[in-house]
Design a protein. Structure first.
Lengths: 349, 171
């Protein structure tokens, strides 16, 4: 079908504005390919579109602010970093300053004063260096889940038992944190400063994304499920052999191997959302999921129960009411003594 | 520091203020990301500052700076694999800056062309274009804001772009 040429002019503008849908993009794409003249129009439109965007950004830049930023980073402004750098670099220069042969004109008194000052100053320099080392914060979810805001605006939800260590501010080229246990990260995008999670010789490198991570899952494996974005997973000192994870994929590290496949556990986020869905799920796996979500020890005492299957959805329910549902649907007995829950019965058939 | 060679702080500030926007434009035309481009330009100036004592202020500074920005951009693109998938996958359409070295005159000239072209648009057309490009409003938001139909927004946007296309010349 022949379309009005202004239709495609409109599509081009829509496309660059991010307003075109998939059908329109593919229509535009074939229009561009059918005729070199169309391609020329498209290319010129693209050039002027981008030029206007790039000019706009450049002209809108606040030079005073950028100059201020530059001065701080270049150490032109007397701030802590410069102080520290100078001390670190110029240890030898300090000795030179008090060497008498270089200061023949200075009176004895002044020289002694300089020496005294130096001796007094040195420990405080050291103290200053010590104090200006990055302060490492440690956050442990001992009694329940906690959510924390990291210095770069990323958030992390720690499940009970998890611990995270991170610097008070992320200096340098990386955002490095250390994790033990189970957590969900929502990482702020910063392409120039990768976010790296380290745990037991394993590294997860992130470029603005959200994912679930468990450094010690029930069977002792490292486990990672990616929700959005992109992460790279590698062993310490082997970043050249990184494995890339796509959204919806689950990585497990077992026997020194990184295994990646599609995530089949619909409840991997249940400890955070408290929403659990079982669809014809084996009771053993139900018990494992509930144990994780409710931080309880749920056991099947009769082997026959392993074949029972459950289909049910729980939205923010207490463990007790979940257990009541199971009891009613599967005709089992449940004994709940605090943290230990025992499920018994004749089995299902 | 030997004043015969290298740049003083005040000389450097003048250089920074004169060259910053041009360098930012240069970096954005490569990496297409404002924050990354700003970071790259800052790093290039820092690097230049650290080398200020060995640089001849009359001759090498600008070419050194533009080469530094360009290399950082290419590294960024390599590390972030941004060449593919940014726009329509119509092979080779990405306008990567072709000149080996950034040219300040090019930036000023292009800036002038773009601003003139926008000024020349009919008032309503310019308003729609401005809201979309500078205020980052979606078509629907513009339609609501100006009490016109989305279809009219589409027409005005394509008119504006067609005009820009005829007025902004590629070198």
């Amino acid at each position: 079908m022949e379309q009005d040429p202004t239709y495609f002019e409109e599509l081009i503008a829509k496309y660059f504005s991010g307003e075109a849908n998939a059908d329109e993009i593919s229509a535009l794409s074939s229009w561009v390919e059918t005729d070199p003249e169309h391609k020329r129009v498209f290319m010129e439109s693209k050039y002027s579109w981008m030029a206007s965007e790039e000019i706009r950004v450049a002209e809108a830049a606040n030079i005073d602010l950028e100059w201020e930023k530059f001065q701080k980073r270049a150490g032109m402004v007397k701030d802590h970093d410069e102080f520290e750098d100078r001390f670190a670099r110029d240890d030898r220069d300090i000795e030179l300053t008090i060497s008498p042969s270089h200061h023949l004109t200075i009176s004895r008194f002044l020289m002694r004063a300089a020496a005294v000052l130096l001796i007094l100053a040195l420990p405080s320099f050291l103290l200053f260096r010590y104090l200006s080392k990055p302060v490492i914060k440690e956050l442990a979810a001992n009694t329940g889940r906690i959510e924390a805001l990291l210095p770069d605006g990323s958030t992390v939800m720690l499940n009970t038992g998890a611990t995270i260590k991170y610097p008070e501010t992320f200096k340098g080229k990386k955002r490095a944190v250390n994790l033990e246990g189970e957590a969900y990260f929502d990482v702020a995008h910063n392409a120039l400063k990768p976010f790296i999670i380290s745990t037991d010789g394993i590294r997860v490198e992130v470029k603005g994304t959200s994912f679930y991570i468990n450094t010690h899952s029930l069977n002792g494996d490292f486990e990672l499920v990616l929700t959005t974005g992109k992460v790279e997973l590698y062993f310490e000192n082997q970043s050249g052999q990184a494995r890339v994870l796509n959204p919806g994929e689950r990585a497990v590290i077992r026997g020194g191997q990184i295994i990646i496949n599609a995530n089949r556990d619909a409840n991997y986020m249940a400890w955070k959302t408290r929403r659990i869905a079982f669809s014809n799920e084996l009771l053993t796996s139900v018990a494992a999921t509930l144990s994780k979500v409710y931080q309880a020890d749920i056991r099947l005492t009769d082997p026959a129960l392993a074949q029972c299957r459950l289909t049910a959805t729980f939205d923010n329910q207490s463990l007790e009411s979940v257990l009541n549902v199971i009891k009613a649907t599967l005709d089992v007995n449940i004994r709940n003594s605090g943290s230990l829950v025992e499920i018994s019965g004749k089995g299902c058939r | 520091m030997n004043p015969e060679h290298g740049l003083s702080k005040s000389q450097f500030e003048v250089l920074f203020r004169n060259e910053y926007k041009g360098m930012l434009f240069f970096a954005i035309s490569y990496v297409k990301e404002e924050e990354a481009a700003k970071e790259i330009v800052q790093e290039a100036f820092i690097n230049l500052w650290e080398k200020r004592e060995s640089i001849d202020p009359e001759r090498e500074v600008k070419s050194y700076l533009s080469a530094s920005v360009r290399n950082r951009c290419l590294n960024f693109l390599r590390d972030n694999k941004r060449f593919a998938g940014t726009l329509l996958s119509l092979g080779g359409l990405l306008p990567i800056p072709s000149s080996e070295e950034y040219n300040q005159i090019e930036f000023r000239e292009l800036s002038r062309q773009v601003n003139n072209a926008i000024e020349e648009l009919p008032e309503k057309c310019r308003e729609v274009f401005r809201l979309n490009r500078f205020e980052q409003m979606k078509y629907q938001q513009i339609a609501d804001h100006l009490q016109i139909s989305v279809k009219t927004v589409e027409t005005q946007m394509s008119k504006a772009l067609a005009h820009l296309r005829t007025r902004i010349k590629r070198n």
